[in-house]
Write a protein that binds this ligand. Structure first.
Ligand SMILES: *[C@@H]1O[C@H](CO)[C@@H](O)[C@H](O)[C@H]1NC(C)=O
Ligand SMILES: [Zn+2]
Length: 265
């Protein structure tokens, strides 16, 4: 797996300052802050079906990488639910390519088709999802879910995030609506072995147990929020054929969890 810790050290710095600034005033001086907003997605871009190159094994599935910049302590973060699932405002970086816009449109469409969640262009809302195009090695979400009064809720995609699959975009959007990695659930030790000695120091946080999570549903090896197996993690149980670390689609349990959190009355 390619490890790009330099960028993540930087991201941690941004995140520390972003959190402090969140309390004290408008954040300034991070790469995210300087991005210009572009046009919202068109109907054609929402209907777009992206085509991808074939991933090399080492590119998969870590292209979204070490990607929760502020590590929260829950799996489904019910307290960080967006207030109106039918209207989660978003803005797009003006520099996203046509290919990026297609992949983002496709990923958002999976939410629209399968859940009550709707990403809608921001008009005047204070709090909104801001999708940045930055040439970092990873894609990431700063924090998880919704922060009331937080303003721009940053998610960053570099070209590596949609080079081989749209699932990394779905993954980051799941962080943005309040979900942690599936393999950090408090019950995960029943399902996977974490091989700590093989995990680089800068990545250990992405494997730390999310204490006190709201689990919502059963453990899902096939979740778009599960990392792949390898040197860092092996499975304990028969996975019933689930592709672990897949980044093709929201799994049925991902969809059911999103619906439980956002769409049940
Ligand atoms: C939620 O968003 C929808 C769609 O914009 C809107 O019709 C509805 O009034 C909003 N609900 C609340 C409680 O603001
Ligand atoms: Zn992630």
């Amino acid at each position: 797996m390619s490890k790009k810790s330099g960028a993540m050290v930087m991201a941690f710095l941004w995140s520390c300052c972003w959190m402090i600034q969140l309390i004290t005033g408008t954040p300034v001086g991070t790469p995210e802050m300087d991005r210009a907003f572009g046009a919202p997605l068109t109907a054609a871009e929402f209907a777009c079906v992206p085509t991808f190159g074939k991933a090399a094994p080492e590119d998969f599935p870590h292209s979204e990488g070490n990607d929760i910049v502020i590590v929260p302590n829950k799996n489904a973060y019910l307290s960080r639910k967006w207030p109106n699932a039918s209207a989660i405002p978003y803005v797009l970086d003006s520099t996203f390519s046509a290919k990026a816009r297609c992949a983002i449109g496709y990923a958002m469409t999976q939410y629209h088709k399968n859940t009550c969640i709707r990403f809608v262009p921001r008009t005047v809302e204070t709090d909104y999802v801001k999708l940045n195009n930055l040439d970092t090695p990873e894609c990431y979400s700063i924090g998880l879910g919704y922060y009331k009064g937080g303003g721009a809720h940053e998610v960053t995609f570099s070209p590596s995030c949609y080079q081989y699959q749209a699932g990394s975009i779905m993954h980051e959007l799941m962080h943005r609506v309040g979900f942690n990695h599936e393999h950090t659930r408090p019950d995960r030790d029943t399902y996977v072995n974490i091989l700590w000695n093989n995990i680089d120091a800068g990545w250990k946080a992405q494997y730390a147990i999310a204490e006190g999570s709201n689990l919502l549903l059963t453990y899902d090896y096939g979740s778009v929020m599960h990392y792949g197996l390898g040197r860092e993690m092996t499975t304990k149980l028969n996975t019933n054929g689930a592709v672990i670390g897949q980044r093709q689609a929201l799994s049925q349990l991902d969809i059911n969890k999103l619906k439980l959190m956002y769409c049940s009355k």
